[in-house]
Structure formats: C-alpha cells, structure tokens
Ligand binder design. Structure first.
Ligand SMILES: Cc1cc2nc3c(=O)[nH]c(=O)nc-3n(C[C@H](O)[C@H](O)[C@H](O)COP(=O)(O)OP(=O)(O)OC[C@H]3O[C@@H](n4cnc5c(N)ncnc54)[C@H](O)[C@@H]3O)c2cc1C
Length: 468
C-alpha cells in the first residue's frame, strides 16, 4: 500500500515537472507557506506548489490534474478571510505569482488588461500617471491581486461610490478544468451576448476556472479628495449624517465607521472620543472641492457630533485611510500577542437598516466575554464584527461560532446577507445554506452545483469551497 502511494506520488511529480520544469516545488517548507490564508481556518499542506508562467502552462497543468483527479487551488496573495485559498487534502496550490504583468493600458477605450498576480495598488500607481484609476479598493490592496479580488468579488473602501469588483470586469481569459481556454466578455463598455460568464467567474472563488487574464474597466481620477473625521456618541446621529450628505448629492467616495473598541487599534492620533469614529471621503473636481467640503462640513456640524474636523490635505487624507486599512492587521497582531485568534464576520444590510443592525450586534457581542470589535463600510451597510477567541479551547470556539451565526441571522432578518465581500470559502457554507433556506430560495444551491458540474465535471477546482 505504502509502496503504491510512493509510486503514485512519483508519477505525479514527474508529470508536473514535465509541464513546469523548475516552476514546481515539493519542498515541505514551501508547501507549508502555501497551506494557510489570513483566515482562522485550519491550514492544509498541499502536495505541491506550482508557479506557472503562462496560460498554456496553466492549461497543460489543469489537463494533467483533471486526468489524475488532483485538486487545484489557485492562489493570489492568500489574504482570503474565509479559507477560500486553503487547499483541500491531496490538492496542489497553483500560485499565480509569475503571471504579474500589466499587458495593456488603453486610456481611450478605458480599460486595462492585467495578468492575475498584478497587485491592486501597483496597478493604480501605474494608472496614476495617466490620470486614471481602477476603483475596487479592499483594505488589503497593498498585496491582494487581480485574480484573487475577481474571484471573491472584493469590495472595499470605495464601495459606496463604485460598488464591488464585478462592476469593473469587462472580460476574462480563463482555463477550465479540462485545460480548455475561454475568453469571456469583451473590451467594450457594453455587451449583451447571452449568459454573462464573466460575471459568473467573478466571485466563484476559483471553483469554476483559473483566471489567467482580466480586462478591467478604469475611471478618470477625481480632481481631489477631502475627508471629514467625526466622532459620535450615537450611531443614529452618524447614520443620519450620512443620509443627509447623500440627499445633498455629495460625491461620497468613502464612508467608514469604527466603533470604540476598534478605535484602540487605529494610529494613536485618530483614537478619539467614545462612541463611533466615522471617516467620510469626498471626491470632487478641483474647482468644486472647497465648495463641497464647506457644504459637507455644515451638514456634519448639524448632525451633532462630539467633535469633527475636515481636511483637504493629501497627506492627512492618505494618513486616515492608511490607518483604517491597517486596522485589521493591528487588531489581529494584538490578538496574537494575547494568545487569541480573530474571527472576522462580514455581513451586509440595506443602508437604511444599518443602525438597527449595529444596535442588535452590539447587544449580542456585549454578552460575549473574550470581546469583539466592530468596524465597517458604512456607506453600503457592511458590518465587520471581529471576534476574539481562543479557538484551541472548545468552549471559546463554540461561543465564537455561535456569535458568528447570530451575526448572520441579524443580517438576514434585516433583509441583508451573511456575506458582503469576503465570499463563502470554507467558513460560510452552512450559513449560505441557512440564508437561502430563510429566504425560500434553497434551489439556488442546486443551480450552483449544476453550474459547477458544467465547468468542472470531476470537481477538481478548489474542492470544498462554497458548498461540499
Ligand atoms: C488586512 C485585510 C483587509 C481586507 N480588506 C478587505 C476589504 O476591504 N474588502 C474585501 O472585499 N476583502 C478584504 N479582505 C479580504 C481579501 O483581501 C480579499 O478577499 C481579496 O480579494 C483576496 O485577494 P488575494 O489575491 O489575496 O486572493 P487569495 O486569497 O489568494 O484567493 C482568494 C480566492 O480567489 C481564488 N483565486 C485566486 N487567484 C485566482 C485565479 N487567478 N483564478 C481563479 N481563482 C483565483 C482563490 O482560490 C481563492 O478562492 C481583506 C483581507 C485582509 C487580510
């Protein structure tokens, strides 16, 4: 039996090396590096890590894996928070890191063509020179990749104005499980050509195909940006302020809230008064920024904050957003120092229900001993509840899990969803089923499974994610 396993592994090794040459690793150290993501889910060591450098290599690799029924988990930067980039047992990780080039910047037609490992911040630095930018902006933009963000339909700090990634993908090149290469979508700003397979690939968490190229829509940069940081005692006042800004037609590009517990992990100068911190970004054309900021500041003043300030200094605006982007890592690091794990909840409700939902979440989290802290993309009604827990301790783990479930229930009760932008991965399979049951749409899982079967009949692509 042992002998047979060795022989099998040897033949897999030879096959992979035949396709990838030196671009495949079987070293334990390397395999361990690719066994986990940024979630708290249990790591799984892959049997190999492949580093293809072209679409044709990905195609040959998948054909081989399909023939031998070897699971394949594509990987960008590995920042998934739901375990989506953790391989299944006996699978290989396909790291896209050697496919990291921007292939075309077409300003006239407003798109770029990028390989999957292009990092979002790098793409935006390249576009800055042309006066353009690519809007999706997750907190992990300094490392997360085009392939990973497409596959999770990532949102982020500009979601209130620009929505999630799906809106910005015009087309993709993708390799199916049997090695077939498809080109979905187009390079045009509109398309009405039957089923929209590009949109289907977005958010599919590597379960339908491996994306090897993406055509992304880009936007002209707004002239300038200003921000307002306000501190409120009551979430109701903060929500009222945002509603008034919206009604006044303010160009709000960012609207984040950070609760008292989370504020402790912001850079020192932003730690403020009790209650809630709100960061509002206003993006205007240069000529109108001063006017927009005056109007926004007067609306904020009327909403009764404990204190607030407004700025148009580029450095200060960057500083505030940077501190917000570092919040998750700062919190996770502090948890680790105290020997705890951090479970991050990601739910969404319609903006009009945000206040009521936050109140319920606070009440529930207040009863949870080890502590939890909340922040979120307020403009879209997106709440992140960060639950501190010693997951090695059964009792703690069960409590944290119960809290996560209750968070989902609150969101669904408020006409929202258990997942806003982090996907389903390994973590939320049960919650997905429960949400669909609750809204009387369980049939959707069957339809999703049918789609999966059409793309990947042998089930080799990122097995065990979204559903079993
Ligand atoms: C500090 C921090 C802040 C974050 N903030 C946000 C936020 O504000 N908004 C948000 O939406 N998310 C956020 N996230 C979650 C995460 O960064 C995003 O989900 C991001 O989209 C993942 O990108 P990645 O390159 O790391 O992908 P990975 O984690 O490597 O992969 C994610 C999924 O995509 C699949 N995949 C990767 N590449 C390909 C490919 N080429 N083809 C097919 N499938 C592929 C993987 O198999 C996996 O299922 C944050 C995470 C961290 C750690």
């Amino acid at each position: 039996m042992q002998m047979q396993v060795h022989e099998e592994m040897d033949s897999i090794k030879k096959g992979l090396q035949g396709i990838l040459g030196k671009n495949v690793s079987f070293s334990i150290a390397m395999e361990e590096r690719y066994s986990a993501d940024k979630s708290y889910m249990k790591p799984q060591v892959p049997i190999a890590v492949a580093f293809p450098s072209s679409t044709s290599q990905v195609s040959r690799l998948l054909r081989f894996c399909n023939r031998h029924r070897i699971g394949v988990t594509a990987r960008g930067a590995g920042t998934s928070l739901t375990g989506a980039s953790i391989p299944s047992k006996g699978a290989i990780v396909v790291s896209m890191e050697k496919m990291g080039r921007v292939l075309e910047i077409n300003i006239e037609d407003q798109y770029v063509v990028a390989q999957p490992a292009v990092v979002l911040d790098d793409l935006n630095h390249r576009l800055e020179k042309h006066g353009y930018f690519y809007p999706p902006d997750p907190g992990s933009s300094m490392v997360s990749t085009v392939g990973g963000t497409l596959s999770t339909n990532a949102g982020g700090l500009r979601g209130v104005m620009f929505g999630s990634t799906r809106r910005w993908v015009l087309g993709a090149q993708a390799v199916l499980a049997d090695g077939t290469v498809i080109e979905t979508g187009s390079r045009t700003l509109k398309l009405s050509r039957g089923y929209d397979l590009t949109s289907l690939l977005v958010g599919s968490e590597g379960t339908l195909a491996v994306i090897t190229k993406a055509v992304l829509r880009i936007e002209p940069q707004h002239g300038r940006m200003g921000s307002i940081v306000a501190y409120y005692d009551r979430m109701e006042s903060a929500c009222g302020m945002l509603r008034s800004l919206r009604n006044a037609g303010m160009p709000i590009i960012t609207a984040e809230f950070i609760d008292r517990r989370s504020m402790k992990y912001m850079d020192r100068k932003y730690r403020g008064q009790p209650g809630y911190m709100v960061i509002i970004g206003i993006a205007s054309y240069s000529a109108s920024l001063a006017h927009d900021m005056r109007l926004a500041a007067s609306i904020v003043r009327k909403s009764g904050p404990e204190s607030f300030y407004a700025t148009t200094s580029k450095a200060r605006v960057r500083g505030e957003l940077g501190s917000r982007k570092r919040l998750f890592d700062a919190m996770a690091a502090r948890c680790r120092e105290s020997g705890l794990d951090m479970v991050i909840g990601d739910v969404i409700v319609p903006p009009s229900r945000l206040c009521a939902a936050v109140r319920e979440v606070e009440k529930m989290a207040g009863r949870y001993g080890p502590g939890a802290a909340m922040f979120g993309h307020m403009g879209e009604g997106n709440i992140h509840l960060n639950i501190f827990a010693d997951l090695g301790n059964r009792k703690h783990a069960a409590l944290a899990n119960r809290l996560l479930n209750s968070l989902g229930e609150i969101a669904v009760r408020h006409a929202g969803s258990i997942s806003a932008e982090h996907g389903i991965g390994l973590e939320k399979k049960k919650l997905l089923r429960e949400e669909l049951d609750a809204i009387h749409s369980s049939k959707e899982i069957e339809l999703m499974k049918g789609i999966k079967k059409a793309f990947d009949p042998k089930g080799i692509l990122n097995p065990g994610k979204i559903f079993d």
